[in-house]
Design a binder for this molecule. Structure first.
Ligand SMILES: Cc1cc2nc3c(=O)[nH]c(=O)nc-3n(C[C@H](O)[C@H](O)[C@H](O)COP(=O)(O)OP(=O)(O)OC[C@H]3O[C@@H](n4cnc5c(N)ncnc54)[C@H](O)[C@@H]3O)c2cc1C
Length: 325
């Protein structure tokens, strides 16, 4: 059997898994559906303006993720963000403690994990199959690569369930995970018109989060860039709507919340994260079948944050290393 491993998904979980395998001397290939890596640890450039339309910042609870953040700070990929918040004691201004952001965008966070790893982008995996030589990865054009000694499926739970269809037990296990969609709105304003805080949460039934993206370090944008996240319930109701009308509605809601003058943003784009946020997780770091040599990892295994995804991918990488060494 070959010791090649295929990792499906180049988000922080997949790349964390790939790094563990590569550091253990294994040959790894990552297959990513999107044209870029990072998954929901994302930065979208519209013209020259970067927006973090997925994860907003990272925090660390575990020593391992804290070490990773220190590594990112030392290499200049991450810096601390101290947005102005409303303090819990009242209306006084406060700043967030220990919030870190990618520089120049959130997607920088995965860059060191991708070093020396062979990554194929724009390669959506359609099916996985297994024969006595190992695993084969199939794409939509019916081409395939393989054999691989092991496969790490590091994609959102509903997609993992589809890919693991033939392995009923694992797919059944994953079916208890719940993920919700989330609309992200990216807005550019020529002038500053929002009130003085840099982040706002749970503003209405429609709007869950508003951030002044340009207050993050290293963004260097003129004017004001704002990222707005809709609530899961409103996103569910509007999931099939066209992005242009969603953008109008969300900006209308923000204007209403703050009583803004009728200013037309110079740029406004809505993006749907179909499987954006974890509502209920698996409660295990990862799943790995030693017999089948296939495993799953992602934020949804352990929780709902970038840190959970990193830890999950790390754990799966270690389990695969032990199985194929
Ligand atoms: C709106 C929003 C706000 C958030 N805010 C925060 C925050 O402030 N702090 C925080 O810590 N976390 C936040 N999160 C959560 C954080 O982004 C995730 O926990 C983390 O990025 C998940 O990483 P992952 O690798 O598990 O999954 P993903 O990032 O989803 O990566 C999975 C990858 O698999 C790829 N893929 C899917 N299907 C296939 C296929 N068939 N073939 C090949 N590739 C495939 C996808 O394109 C994607 O790149 C937020 C998420 C969203 C959506």
């Amino acid at each position: 059997m070959t010791s090649r491993t295929a990792v499906i998904g180049a988000g922080i979980a997949g790349l964390s898994c790939a790094r563990v395998l590569r550091r253990a001397g294994h040959y790894v290939e990552v297959f990513e559906a999107d044209r870029i890596i990072g998954g929901r640890m994302a930065t979208m450039r519209i013209g020259v303006v970067p927006y973090d339309h997925g994860a907003q910042y990272i925090t660390s609870r575990s020593a391992r993720f804290n070490d990773f953040i220190q590594e990112l700070i030392a290499s200049g990929y991450v810096a601390q963000w101290k947005p102005k918040l409303k303090s819990s004691e009242g209306d006084e201004q406060a700043t967030a403690a220990n919030w870190f952001v990618g520089v120049p965008g959130m997607s920088s966070i995965v860059r060191p994990l991708a070093e020396s790893v062979r990554i194929h982008t724009a390669r959506a995996v359609h099916t996985l199959s297994r024969d006595k030589k190992g695993w084969h990865v199939w794409f939509e054009d019916q081409s395939s690569v393989g054999p691989f000694a092991a496969v790490a499926v590091c994609v959102p739970a509903p997609r993992a369930q589809l890919l693991l269809g033939p392995l009923d037990e694992m797919a059944d296990h994953i079916s208890k995970v719940r993920m919700s969609p989330c609309w992200a709105l990216m807005v550019r304003l020529e002038e500053r018109i929002l009130p003085d805080q840099d982040v706002y949460s749970d503003m209405s039934e429609v709007v869950r989060w508003i951030a002044r993206n340009n207050t993050k370090p290293g963004r260097g944008t003129r004017g004001e860039t704002v990222v707005v996240h809709a609530s899961p319930s409103w996103t569910r109701e509007t999931e099939d709507a066209d992005p242009e009308s969603v953008a109008e509605e969300m900006w209308g809601e923000v204007s209403h919340i703050f009583g803004l003058p009728p200013v037309r943003p110079s740029q406004m784009t809505a993006h749907l994260w179909k499987h954006g946020l974890v509502e209920s997780s698996l409660g295990e770091s990862f799943i790995f079948s030693t017999e089948a040599r296939v495993g799953v990892a992602g934020d949804w295994c352990l929780g709902r944050l970038g840190e959970h995804a990193f830890e999950s991918g790390f754990g799966l990488g270690r389990a695969i290393t032990q199985a194929i060494d």
